[in-house]
Ligand binder design. Structure first.
Ligand SMILES: [Zn+2]
Length: 103
């Protein structure tokens, strides 16, 4: 299981958006990267098209290393590390290291 999941709230630990919080939009566990709402915004210049004759700019979220992100616990609202526990039915759940709640 990935340390971070879609819709988690995370805080950025490094880079130009350090200290900002955002919602995880996508996680790419194999690359250990994620896309977080309004974090690491990139701008791309668009070629003029028939629909948009002047061209323009499009902004979108760039990939960010998951090591530069820390989970904000939805239970205690603290920045936390993620732990794991195995339930009796053998399913693995994430727990907050601060408040020990399943998240
Ligand atoms: Zn917590």
């Amino acid at each position: 299981m990935s340390r971070l999941l879609k819709n988690d709230t995370v805080v950025v630990l490094a880079g130009k958006d350090k200290g900002k919080k955002g919602k995880v939009l996508r996680v790419m566990p194999s690359e250990r990267k994620a896309i977080v709402e309004n974090i690491n915004m990139q701008t791309r210049h668009l070629r003029p098209t028939r629909e948009n004759p002047k061209g323009g700019k499009a902004s979108f979220e760039g990939l960010i290393n998951v090591t530069d992100l820390m989970l904000v616990c939805p239970r205690c609202q603290k920045n936390t590390r993620v732990g794991y526990m195995i339930l009796q039915d053998k399913t693995k759940r994430r727990v907050c290291k601060k408040c020990q709640e399943i998240i």
